[in-house]
Design a protein. Sequence first.
Lengths: 338, 338, 338, 338
Amino acid sequence: MPSLTITRLRPTPEQFVQTFGGAPALAHVDAGTFLEVFTEDCYAGWVRDEAELPSAMCPSPLRNPLTGPIYVNGAEPGDRLAVHFVRIEPARNWAVSATVPSFGALTSTQLTASLQPPLDELVWRWTLDLEHGTCTFHARDSDARATVPMDPMHGTVGVAPANGEVRSSLVPGTYGGNLDTPEIREGVTCYFGVNVEGAMLSLGDGHARQGEGETCGVAVECAMNTVLLIDVIKAQACAWPRIESDTHIMSIGVARPLEDAFRIAQRDLVEWVSRRCRLSLMDAYQLVSQLVESPIGNVCDAGYTSVAKVRKDWLPAHDADPTHARLRALALDYLQDH
Amino acid sequence: MPSLTITRLRPTPEQFVQTFGGAPALAHVDAGTFLEVFTEDCYAGWVRDEAELPSAMCPSPLRNPLTGPIYVNGAEPGDRLAVHFVRIEPARNWAVSATVPSFGALTSTQLTASLQPPLDELVWRWTLDLEHGTCTFHARDSDARATVPMDPMHGTVGVAPANGEVRSSLVPGTYGGNLDTPEIREGVTCYFGVNVEGAMLSLGDGHARQGEGETCGVAVECAMNTVLLIDVIKAQACAWPRIESDTHIMSIGVARPLEDAFRIAQRDLVEWVSRRCRLSLMDAYQLVSQLVESPIGNVCDAGYTSVAKVRKDWLPAHDADPTHARLRALALDYLQDH
Amino acid sequence: MPSLTITRLRPTPEQFVQTFGGAPALAHVDAGTFLEVFTEDCYAGWVRDEAELPSAMCPSPLRNPLTGPIYVNGAEPGDRLAVHFVRIEPARNWAVSATVPSFGALTSTQLTASLQPPLDELVWRWTLDLEHGTCTFHARDSDARATVPMDPMHGTVGVAPANGEVRSSLVPGTYGGNLDTPEIREGVTCYFGVNVEGAMLSLGDGHARQGEGETCGVAVECAMNTVLLIDVIKAQACAWPRIESDTHIMSIGVARPLEDAFRIAQRDLVEWVSRRCRLSLMDAYQLVSQLVESPIGNVCDAGYTSVAKVRKDWLPAHDADPTHARLRALALDYLQDH
Amino acid sequence: MPSLTITRLRPTPEQFVQTFGGAPALAHVDAGTFLEVFTEDCYAGWVRDEAELPSAMCPSPLRNPLTGPIYVNGAEPGDRLAVHFVRIEPARNWAVSATVPSFGALTSTQLTASLQPPLDELVWRWTLDLEHGTCTFHARDSDARATVPMDPMHGTVGVAPANGEVRSSLVPGTYGGNLDTPEIREGVTCYFGVNVEGAMLSLGDGHARQGEGETCGVAVECAMNTVLLIDVIKAQACAWPRIESDTHIMSIGVARPLEDAFRIAQRDLVEWVSRRCRLSLMDAYQLVSQLVESPIGNVCDAGYTSVAKVRKDWLPAHDADPTHARLRALALDYLQDH
């Protein structure tokens, strides 16, 4: 077994950042490095039970702290950064969720404005059973409980934006960011187009689980111990984030209205399938139209996210990019020892 | 075993209808009846290969012929119609799909207008292997093929609209109609609020399979032999269509932009879970937000459809409506003999 | 001076209709006829002061009663109906407005759903000064008043829809209907594509004035005495409603989201200017982009409306359709005597 | 007459900036200062005729150069910056417009994606007659011309964003930016909430005129000599940009879909009128709904803009903010001498 390069990143409280772009590198790593990172939850760990309201404990500019940015040696504009999620494990045995005034899909917001009073600000504390891989909802207004599987994921991961922009960690875009799709789970590889030297990867916003749409605006939020494996694919920029799992390839669109996010993801997947399967664009359009799964990511953030995914083994003979398979094999090596 | 009431409906060509509302009943049936119906494909069977273009073979007012309307004795405004899909089987060993100018999600349309020329009108003929339950895509511009599982479904099913409206069979709405979601498959029960005496159920638009979003605007279209079991739940109107399967309850929203369809479906599911599980509305909001699956139905029709679904066995102890379970048991009786 | 053909239409209460399509003709008239019609307000005259709530006095299926349909002899599918508004005069010296629960642009609605309680149902009674052409707002919660010019208009005017559809009078579409744009005022000519024999023109929903967007969902609603002059232009169907005034040509788009309504109206105006001014499509695109005024019609109905208008005297030398000028001249004859 | 403080700003080519936020101050000024600034056109002056395509002459990161940022002494977060436009004069006797591939309202774009080929990249050169205040369109594909009034304006003006964000000059938002509404013309005062010390005002993107919606994505673009008068209103932050003219108060909303921009602007205007006229919120909602004009700004940028405006002299007796009147009077002093 080859020796693995491993870098550990556990930021001090003042090292967390709240933007993509605009911050100096927390670390420099080579492609092929395993990164063992700690990420705080979206409220920086300051909301722990029903009495601790986000508005009081973690006002807006402090929300969604990120671990990063990580400078990846050799990554240049025009390249593609591959981020393989080797492991995503909750770092505590509890998590929180909340309703935040004027935020979420089933309330008027600052952008979908109304004259109605906002819904109440409320906190739910979930308990996590790390051994059994479950999490438990405790109703506020009754004794009801519900225990369901965990499905740990990162709501936020991305690189520095193009054109010198600096974006809040609450915002998603072409560079990734606050995508909030449950598809970013253990075992997948995310791809991002590199916009600046070093790519400047950051991540955070762990969720023990999240419904598709993140309807109330807040998932089951928890700190995470996460292991990444980083790679750089030279000169193969991608315009929007992509994901590959053992079974699927996936394109992500970010926009408002939601149909625009859908269009972006579907077009990207059609082009991906066209190239991968050597199909004409119209043949790929036909095939994707009949095979695609289209789970919604979020309908609450500054940009909504839509995912278009297709099973790899349903596609015609193809020229598959070997990156995911290679990273997956390396990850299995790591997991044998860790 | 009790004797089953079975009614067969195979319309003559001139008996098909192209609207919800506005047509006389094709048949009158009692609740508890099994309906064995034949439905034509969305092009009335006139588009059979690449040379037969929809614009020539089946111009607009003839598209999406429906079998119905079926007058259900005893169904009155304020009631809920339950339509259980006992069986959905392709009636031929082929199906067609197409791109239609100015229609579909990845083209400008009459509503999302642009000055660009439309994409070409093209037809794909799929072959169906009824024995193995698969369907095969044949590329137009290469020798590529892809054989994938069938997942037969009805794109269009619904009742007469309220307020004396008559709607084209190409349009979805609160009354159901051209919902175009793959969730309407064998084994589920659909619920519709009844707007007129007799409910006036119609259905058609069979798909051997359909991707989520029906991206190019046309699924794998085929005639179907379908068996329904009908029931009426008195005085329990539902504002939007709902679906129940053995595993999930599902709400459907229809609107543009797509986030409005999402909001409708999610709110309806939150209210459903709140009542079913005796949770406060805010507790149900929290729980649904973490558990929900949100597959897109269509992003091409006059109204887009979004589905919100949640696993029944993940919900807290509850007062479940027994209708689906009862219809499912009756359907299994039927299937033993047919 | 030639003799004028004049038909008076003042429906009995039971003669009002609530749909476009689906009703028998109230009258048959020839092209060139002046129609003196009475229209009720959107609440059928039953909401007269702050104590009379729409939900109690005029429940949903009775709202927006129309005068019509009027069968225009000789109008056939493929033709264009021209409706010149000779005069629009409030029929009473008062009008009402209201906020209706879950309706309007600054509240969540049945389509833009939320979990918030709706805003209150409230009525405002406006007073109209017909002599001075003003109307006066009386605040409910203070002594404040505001007297502003009247600008009488019809929110609802249109023809029977295509494809056998029947639509609620509350809905706008390609056939016109509840367009709710203040551009439909005295002195303009509206054009509608004819879908059925006789066109079947209906109108109602008079507004003493209306802001652009009809933000709260209800304008200054009043009964109207209105004079129309009808004409038929053979074989020149238009896909969407158009308006011509002495100064402007205008296209109307109806859709959701609002940018789709904008796109429809702008494309239609570009095509109109291209043909009228013998400009290439791209030259017309450029010119319209710099000259267009784009007032919003409504952002509360089932379809939002966007108007694209351009000053006729700013356009290059052209082949103008003479219809508006001809109808305007005839209208001046009428007005001299009436 | 008091002496006026005047600062002249004419950046060297390398001094122009392409972002709001992220750049050091070009100048420091006091409140009450007159600023005589030169702004380049959106293509930095490099596109001068039909042969000079934007994609070749001024690739994306160089577009929309701004003059600024200007540090206003004493402006702090929580304050409101008032920017009065004393004069806006084209700096050359020509201007350009263009169609840019995958940009504009009547084409598919990177966000409203389709599989259609983009429209052609074309340039139009307009001529400006500064003496008569007119500009002339020259058709590309014929000899047609159209001479129309100029209405000089700035498409882009704003301050540094909140939360450490840096945004491209092509993007609009709460901080102003690329708003692209023709309402920002000579004689108006714009208000922006201050997010950072010094406010950091920047502007550019002069238009000799622009249609409402900026349909093709590009206005009649020209360099400008513009005179501003700056003021700071302490502790009266505004969440979204506002405008005041001699006749109207106006709120601006920026969002997608367009109805969200509409909702933002209308709600802000309702709140403004409520406070200014001492009306309850529901009374203000009613009054604004009947009086409001709602011109669209742009339907092409990363955020669409909608303006809600109401005539000041139609509003009930009120507590008007004196800022605009005071700046207007000072501006008239300046204009007497300059």
